[in-house]
Structure formats: C-alpha cells, structure tokens
Design a protein. Structure first.
Length: 386
C-alpha cells in the first residue's frame, strides 16, 4: 500500500517475477515511480539524477559511479531519471557483469537512449511501465474527479488540481520534452500540443494539424512520435482483418492522462449529460484497458474498428475476442448498438459490450451486454472480461 496524503493506494505494478534481474521502470513524470521503487527496494542505494549535485558529479566523471557503488556495499542500486545521463549505462552494464549489482533504472523517457543507440544492457534488464492510477488501485473511486482532473496521484488528490496540472504542462510537457527532443521552434510545438489534444481519441489527420501549425506533415508525424517516445501518449491502430467491409488504416492517438487533455482544451466541469463527457469518458476507459493489459501481463492488443462508411467500434481487444463501445448515456438505445451488431456480423466475439452510465447490467437481443461503467471496470480487473 502507498500513502499519498490521506488516501491509500494499492499500486498494481509489482516486480515479483523479476527475480534478481536488473530492471527498467518507465513512466511519465509523477506517475509514482520513485514511491513505488522506495517501497520495493527500501535498502537500495538511491541516486536521483534530478538532483543537480548528483547529475553534475556523474556528468563530469561517469566512471565515479563504480566507486560510489563499491563504497556503499549495496547490491541494489537505483538510478532515477536515467535518460538524463545515458552514458552511465556503460558503467551499469559493467557493474552488473563484474560485481553482480542489481540496478533499478527508472525514467520518464527512453527516447534519448534508443535514438542514440545507447547501451540497453543487452537484455540484462527487464522492462516495466507505470501508468496513472487506475480504478482497481483507488478505494472509493471518484469518477467525477478522475474524469476532470485525471489520475496522476497528486492531481487526483489535490484540493487545487488545476494549478498542479498547469504547472505540470509548463514544466514537463513543454520544458522537458523540448530538452529531450531538442526541438528548435518551441512556439510551434506548443501550438502542436494543443492541436494534438483536439484530436485525442480520433483518427489523426496529419495534414490538417500541419496546416494549423504552419509546418509539414512529416514534422507533425515526428512530433507525435516524440509524444509517444516520451510516454505522453500512444497510438492505437485500426483492426484490419478484412472480411466484407473496407476499413481505414489511420491510427488514433490518446494522451496518457485525461486530465492533461482537459487542461490543454480548457475543458472544465465534465459531467454526465454534457457534450464534453463523451470523449473524456472514452479516454478514461482506454486508460483502464491500457493499464489492465500491462499490469496483468496479458499484453493483449487494443485496436479499434472503423470502416470507410463511418461504422466504428471504439475498442477491439485481442484478436477480436472483445468488442467495446463506450457511451456516456444513461439510456442505451438501439441506435447505440448498430456498430457492434455490424462488427458481430463479420467476426466471432466472446463479448460485445456497451460501457455506459446506466444503473443495471442488461443483456439485449443480439447478445450485446450493456454494462454500467463501475460494473465493467470491476469485471475487467477481476479477470471476467478478458
């Protein structure tokens, strides 16, 4: 259990199966990586590269890491924000081999390491990711708070989350990403961030965004890749196992947290019954699916289905085992079922589900399951959906 302020969260990411292996823990800033690591490795030697004195010392003499580790007599060493000084991975590699040291390497972006062909330890370190909080980690989960302020621990709990989110975007999404990707035109990238938020959860139209930003489509694609590399968002790709209908090939993009998108769009007071809820509700369900796939180690693909005639199913899990439509309505009607029915005509599914705001679960003609959002999330995390 982890104590953030007055609330206790049981984080689902554990390292129980890692044995004595070294590991990378990646995740966006403020997802709780340091807290998680401190809980699991309380006796480790902790070196935080966000601290200027630690960073400067190791920047000037990377090989001093070897001396520091050996002087500590610790067999487990944490290097926090490793992407700030990737050259240390050469020393890490050597210490794993020569001294049998276990390293816990955390960071908010593997981009610089991967793009510069830095040492990724040759498979000697397992990879884990930490996401914002999920339904299964929060007692008395408050949907209204989650939808409006997102699920980063500090934002979800704060009495003044809008100030925290604003500071987060200014200091992290802008400053950190600028430095990480060495972006030259900062004002254009700031404009891009807001335009990308408008397309959150929709198929990405690179040309339109490029026109709005005054740059080329290849530049916009590179900007989206930067967001993915720095763990700020993720593409989901269309389900393309064709039978009858022609489907589109353009991916969707989701930011990692709904609260961040709300702030970028100046979207406030998102509640059921308003026009704003539809996109935010769908985004939240995606966040839960993404976390569930990873934390359970099922690692099922999450795709979507969209035909050239505009028929669309929000999420397809696995190889079309589960089809999910997300509707913020409190009264699901036949018009809300037509896309699921069309998908079921082409593919065999285990479950076809509408996640909504109704009060009771229902099973309707055609074998479609209507599930209130809380019931759906409870069944998901209990392993009853996939």
């Amino acid at each position: 259990m982890y104590n953030f302020g007055l609330c206790m969260y049981n984080r689902l990411q554990t390292f129980a199966r890692s044995g004595e292996n070294s590991l990378f823990l990646w995740g966006a800033r403020q997802t709780g990586k340091s807290t998680l690591i401190s809980k699991f490795f309380p006796d480790a030697l902790m070196l935080d590269l966000l601290k200027s004195e630690v960073y400067q010392s190791l920047l000037l003499r990377p090989n001093s890491l070897r001396e520091i580790v050996r002087a500590s007599h610790s067999k487990t060493v944490v290097l926090d924000e490793i992407q700030k000084l990737p050259i240390l991975l050469n020393e890490v590699h050597s210490l794993i081999e020569s001294d049998k040291i276990r390293f816990i390497l955390s960071g908010s972006s593997p981009r610089k390491i991967m793009r510069n062909n830095q040492n990724l330890l040759g498979g000697r370190a397992l990879r884990y990711e930490l996401y914002p909080l999920s339904f299964a980690e929060i007692p008395d989960f408050n949907l209204n708070r989650a939808i409006n302020y997102g699920l980063l621990p500090r934002h979800y709990l704060s009495d003044d989350p809008e100030v925290l989110i604003s500071n987060y975007i200014n200091s992290y999404l802008e400053d950190e990403i600028y430095a990480e990707a060495r972006i030259r035109n900062l004002s254009v990238f700031a404009t891009f961030l807001h335009k990308a938020a408008f397309s959150n959860g929709d198929t990405v139209n690179y040309s339109n965004i490029a026109t709005d930003c005054g740059v080329s489509s290849p530049t916009v694609k590179e900007y989206f890749q930067i967001l993915e590399d720095t763990m700020i968002g993720k593409y989901i790709h269309p389900f393309q196992k064709r039978l009858k209908r022609q489907v589109i090939s353009t991916p969707k993009f989701y930011f990692f947290d709904v609260g961040i998108v709300n702030h970028l769009l100046k979207r406030k007071n998102v509640v059921f019954g308003t026009e704003l809820m539809g996109h935010a509700f769908e985004h939240l369900i995606y966040m839960e699916l993404n976390a569930h796939s990873h934390y359970t180690q099922k690692n099922y693909p999450i795709t979507f289905w969209k035909t050239k005639t505009k028929m669309e199913v929000d999420f397809i899990l696995g190889d079309h085992e589960i089809a999910i439509e997300v509707k913020s309505t409190s009264q699901v009607q036949n018009k809300h079922l037509k896309n699921l029915k069309a998908f079921k005509e082409e593919y065999h599914v285990k479950y076809a589900i509408v996640v909504c705001n109704e009060v009771f679960p229902r099973l309707v003609d055609g074998g479609i399951l209507i599930l209130p959002w809380k019931e759906f999330l409870s069944r998901l995390w209990k392993g009853e959906i996939i």
